[in-house]
Design a protein around this ligand. Structure first.
Ligand code: GLA
Length: 402
């Protein structure tokens, strides 16, 4: 009897873990983040003008919601240990900035780190997790990107779960974006911890190549794409693979930007623009606001696309969509234009993960070109085209009524 009482007491003493806030990212988050273009050079005027431009550029109308300040917004902790923004760069304080962003119908994201310091050397959340979560909730934060620098001996699942718990205790629904670069295979354990997790190291505005910074390397778009291999089974509504933020508008050619954006749509990746929204070329804006491409990304099934064919720098990717539709992307990775002939009739596509298949030998599908914004016939005829260097063709296939 006594043994039973003791066991019951022990069970009662086991802390019950909270759950992540569910339903905050049923489709991949769409937004903007300061890091890729501005690095540590952030301020309240920069963030306000990014919010203004998100509205005036048509990005908000295209579905973008989050304005996220990345590293280096931090000042010091106050006497009670609560983090404060840099008083010179954010003179009006964070609450005023959040209110401004909310007044535009947008959501506000912030950045911290599980370790002692952020990657930019600012105060990290280690030892202050609950206090930081509370402060973000007070400010009205909607999204937290949580980095992994100076994490020393921390256990990744444990550290990110602590922040999930802290956010739950703070009582405000906040999207949790894990940024531990795929080092500890977050896809295997983060489904119930956060809403998205980085799968790789940092991206850079190079289409195909690696940039060596000495102690670390940043990766080009194709390098990151290749590292997504094998990960699609882990992603879905409310738990996404994050191949890092967009470099559209940061120096690649328009074709490369289009290919980068399209592949992130095919991957059901979070779409976080990383350029200067207030000084975009019309070309960049057209890419970021292509609602037909975005609808592939935001498809409510939330199934990450897959590579069906790779031959001689040409890849063909498929993504199952609602209503028996498919997105199909032809990607030319080479530096030369590539003639392509795709004889639909000889192909049967079958996706074990989603249980979806398409037999082009027996059924006919109409084709819509999502960059040209027009119908281009059907699968009755071979698809014959020339794809420019580092470019794509993106099609939406709809089953033809019999
Ligand atoms: C890491 C992250 C980047 C960015 C920087 C900020 O490198 O992976 O996305 O947040 O830190 O210092």
């Amino acid at each position: 009897m006594r043994k039973w009482i003791l066991l019951l007491l022990l069970a009662g003493a086991t802390p019950l873990l909270a759950q992540k806030y569910t339903g905050l990212a049923l489709t991949p988050p769409l937004g903007w983040n300061s890091w890729n273009k501005f690095g540590c050079d952030v301020s309240e005027s920069l963030i306000r003008s990014a919010a203004d431009a998100m509205v005036s550029s048509g990005m908000q109308a295209a579905g973008y919601r989050y304005i996220v300040i990345d590293d280096c917004w931090h000042g010091k902790r106050d006497a009670d240990g609560f983090i404060q923004p840099d008083p010179v760069r954010f003179p009006s304080g964070m609450k005023a900035l959040t209110d401004y962003i909310h007044s535009k119908g947008l959501k506000f994201g912030i950045y911290s780190d599980a370790g002692w310091k952020t990657c930019g050397g600012r105060p990290g959340s280690r030892g202050h997790e609950y206090q930081d979560a509370l402060q973000y909730a007070r400010w009205g934060v909607d999204y937290l990107k949580y980095d992994w620098c100076y994490s020393d001996d921390l256990n990744a699942k444990g550290a990110y779960t602590t922040m999930r718990e802290a956010l739950a205790a703070a009582g405000r629904p906040i999207v949790l974006s894990l940024c531990e670069w795929g080092s500890n295979k977050p896809w295997e354990w983060a489904r119930d911890v956060g809403h998205l997790w980085r799968t790789t190291g940092d991206i850079t505005a190079i289409f195909d190549g690696i940039e060596d910074h000495g102690s670390w390397k940043s990766l080009g778009v194709m390098q990151i794409l290749d590292l997504q291999e094998g990960l699609r089974t882990y992603a879905g509504p409310d738990h996404w693979n994050d191949p890092d933020m967009l470099e559209v508008g940061n120096g690649m050619t328009a074709a490369e930007d289009r290919a980068h954006f399209t592949m992130w749509c095919m991957l059901a990746a979070p779409l976080m623009a990383g350029n200067d929204l207030s000084a975009m070329t019309p070309e960049t804006r057209a890419i970021l606001t292509n609602v037909e491409a975005i609808s592939v990304n935001q498809d409510s099934l939330g199934i990450q696309g897959f590579r069906e064919l790779a031959a001689d720098s040409l890849q063909i990717w498929f993504k199952p969509l609602v209503r028996d539709e498919w997105a199909v992307c032809f990607l030319n990775r080479s530096k030369l234009a590539k003639p392509v002939t795709y004889a639909w009739k000889g192909h049967r596509i079958s996706d074990e993960l989603s249980g979806r298949s398409a037999d082009f030998g027996t059924s006919i599908w109409t084709l819509r070109d999502l960059w040209a914004h027009k119908e281009i016939g059907s699968t009755k005829k071979d698809f014959v085209t020339v794809i420019p260097a580092h470019d794509v063709r993106l099609l939406r296939l709809s089953p033809q009524k019999k």
